[in-house]
Every structure is written in C-alpha cells, then in structure tokens.
Design a protein around this ligand. Sequence first.
Ligand code: SF4
Length: 543
Amino acid sequence: MLKALVIDLLARAKGKRYTSYDVVGTGPRLVTGLINQLGEKADLVTYEDLSSDPSILENYDVILLSAMSSDRGALKNVIRLVDIYGSGQPKIIGGPIGFEFYDILEHIGGDIVVVGEGENQLIKLFTEYKKYVIQQDLDKLTEIAGLAIKINKKIVFTGYPEYIRKDLLDKIRPYTQVNKVYKRTWMYRFYVEVVRGCSNFYRPLVNIGYRRNCIKCMNCRSSNLINKLWCPKHIPPGCGFCSVPFHFGPPRSRSIKSIVNEIKDLIRYGARRIVLSAPDFLDYGREDLVKPYPLTDPCNPKPNYDALKNLLSRLHEIPEIYSGEVKIFVENVKACLVDKRVSSILGEYLHGTTIHIGLETVSRKYNETVIGKPVGLKEALQAIKILRENGLRPYIYLIYGLPFMNYKIYKRTIKALKELYNNGVEKITLYKFVPLPMTAFEYFKPEIGRYTDIIRKLKRMVNRYNLLAKKKYFLDRTIRAYIIKENDKLYGYPVNHGPVVFVRETVLDVKEGDVCLARIEITDVKARYVFGNVISIEKCMYH
Ligand code: SF4
C-alpha cells in the first residue's frame, strides 16, 4: 500500500498565519479522504507540526502540498524540508496556488502541479498511474489532463481538465478525524464544501487588451444559459478579478446526505464550528431549477428555497447543532439573491452568525460593466437590511486598485460607508486588487499611484466605521468564545464568529494546548479586534 502525506499549508503565507488563525480549509481534508478511499494510506499534517518534526517525511512514498497563491513562502519552506528530510519522493502541489504552475515549477520547486479541480487527476495518479508516480516516470503522467509536470527541466502542461461531475462530488468522503491533526479542535472553523463553482458567467464589457477586447456580442448577458458559457474573445467568465468560474465551472451542489454525513463525522471528532462553504451559499440547489442547462446566471432564477430549507433543517436535526453546542455558518452570498423569503430561512437556522456579501464598489454601473457583477449599492443595502432584520450579521467586501476605477467611484464608495454602517453592516473588509491567472484582469496591475490619497482616505474611513461597528455590536457586551493560550497570551475566537478577542483577565489558568469555552465581557474595541475579560469558563478541552 502506498503511503502519502498531505500537508496543509493554507493561509500560512511565509510560514506564519497573519489572519484567519481559526480557519481549516476543505482542500487538504478532501485530498486525504480521497486517497484513503482509493485504498491507499494518506495522513494529514499541518504546516506547524511538520516544521516541528520534519523527520516524519521519510516514512512516506508521496508528499502532497495544498496551498493558496499567498502561501508561496510556506510552500518554499516545506519543499526545502522535503528535500532535506525526505527520501527523494515525488512532491505534488495543489490547491488554488496550482493555477500558477509555471511559476511554482520554475521558481519554487516540486515535481507535479495539479491544476484546477483535482479529483480526476488524483484518482488517476493513485490508481492506474500509481506505479509511474512511485517510479517517478513523469513522462507517462502527461497522459493525464490537468497536470503541470517538470520533465528534464522543461515544464509540460497537459491542458485544463473537465469539470468534475456532481455525482463524483457526492462520492468523495473528506477526511474527518480532525482531532488528530488540528489539536485544539474546538477553536477551529472547519470549512465543508456544499457548492462547487460559481453562477456568475457575466464578463467585463471593456477593452482588456491582449486581443481580448469585448466586442459587445452580449452572449454573456443573454438569457440563454448555454450561450453564456461562450465568449468569442475568450474573456474568462465571472467577476474580472476572480478565477472561480473559469477553474471550477458552474455550480454543482453536494447532496444533503453527503454534507450531513461529513458534518456528523466532524462533530464526532470534536469540531464545534462549521462553515458551509460555497462561492455563493444561495446557489445551493439552484442548478436544479434550470436543469438540464448549466446555472450560468448569478441572479436569475431566485434561490432554491426548498433545497436551502431542506439542507439547513436536516443539519438542525443533528443533536449537537440543535442544542447549540455546534454552530454552523454560511460563507458568502450575492446580494441579488437575498430576499425576504430566503433571509427568513437563513435567520431561522443561522441566527446570530455572520454572512459575507461581495460589493467591491458601490457603483452598480461600474460593477456591472467593468467588473461583470450585476450588483450595486442599492441591492447590497437591501440585502444587509433584510439579513439584519432576520438576525444575521452582514459583513461586506470592498476592493481598491481595480482597473478603470476612478475618483468618482472612490468618492461614492467612501460616501456610502455611513449608509452601509447604518443599515447594519458589522464589518467592512477592504482588499487590494491582486491580478490572478485566468481572470479577465490578469494582465492589469493594481491602479494605486494616482489614487494614493483617496485610497488612504478610504482605508481610514473603513477603519472608522469598523471601529464604530465594534462599539455598537461588541463594547460592554458579553459574548461566548473559545479561548486559547499562545506565547503566554490569551486569545478568544467568538463561538458565533467575529473579531479576535485579546483576553486581559481570566478566572482560570488556561494552559498552552487547551481550549476553553468562556463567557467574555468586551471592555475595549479597536477597528479590527477587541479586548475583554473572562467572566466564567463553561468547559475546557485539555491537551
Ligand atoms: S465579454 Fe465576451 S461574451 Fe460578453 S459581450 Fe463581450 S465579447 Fe461578448
């Protein structure tokens, strides 16, 4: 039996987490589970555990590394460790960083990069091509679509793979024994994939150069869902900055049964916070409403209310979720799909939790024409208001430095912050535009220079409203959080998600490695985090 080691590098940046300390992404668990299902032996390890004991590397025949674009530094570190402590086994790299295969193989290292959805490639690598993987006969692997391979110093890309079928998604059982890998299990938010792919097949209707200027054929705006797949100028689908529709295709939802089974298992192994992960949670089951066509319109038809209700109600039949011991959250929603009916379903099952809406800029015209996203301030405000009325806590994403953004858009975005805050936004996350491969904007650089002053003002104002929101929703209130000790300092991760709490006083000595569920009184707030004192401890998970 082949022995594989899967290393979780997600969000490790250059080797340390700077944000999202409590997030465990789906990819490494999925790869580990799939290899085990294929009858081989796969173990999962975190970047931190591997770094503290790299000698384990010699026990494996294949090393798999799962990383995002921002994790180049951590990837480099691990490849160096494998080269020193490993036994010359092949290194297979995957995850969102896989789209940068040329750069990885040329400048970072590794032997094989899995590009796009990885299931089909992994199934082949660990079944009919297994002997070539072990023998490192890389030439033979060029028969598999969706790989980039370094052969004799040359990089061979075998072409983009087909999107995987919905029934295969349901058959895969991601690894769930999370208490063995993520030791302070209670504190983490475990992501569980419920929808693969995105429904936005609009594209930017602008001149993006490189022979990809839009000719306004309006295919991508057509009501014909098949036509939307095809752009005569080969402009990648979706928002101009995002590669999800290109790489993952239109939405495919996992069955309720497979989601429920995975979550039950995660709970059995100690998970306490679970995020139902999807580019848009409200796409769940929506593809069934347009069958047999692909779901390529972000806003029409409306959500599949029955599918959403069925999924959430089935999850609430799990005793630990029903009792509140385990919390579930959703990740992102599109404002144009939020209405009263769907908000009331979300409110019934997800009361008190956060929900993210991508607004990017407040200009509907810019968003729709330049970004390719048919949502503006009006839709966002309406969504925020209804979600807040139903007990959810809306977070908003904005971006600066996007192509063709101008002063007017920055000014309007700054002006709208107050309205967003007044309507109930709890947090505004402002990102810098980063060009990604296979997006419409891949060849643009962030436009910062001439807008430096107004971007600075935007950042300042976002901080101001984030601070006001922390005062409004957290100061002098008591929340429940999982607290941990690290480097002699105590940190709290809110049960219902929210800002990290820097704990100043506690009633109990929490040891490093322990996690305790505590009630914390918030005594001070900053724009990005809060301070508090522990007033009681409900229970602890000892290391
Ligand atoms: S982006 Fe492509 S599909 Fe859409 S209107 Fe322009 S040329 Fe046509």
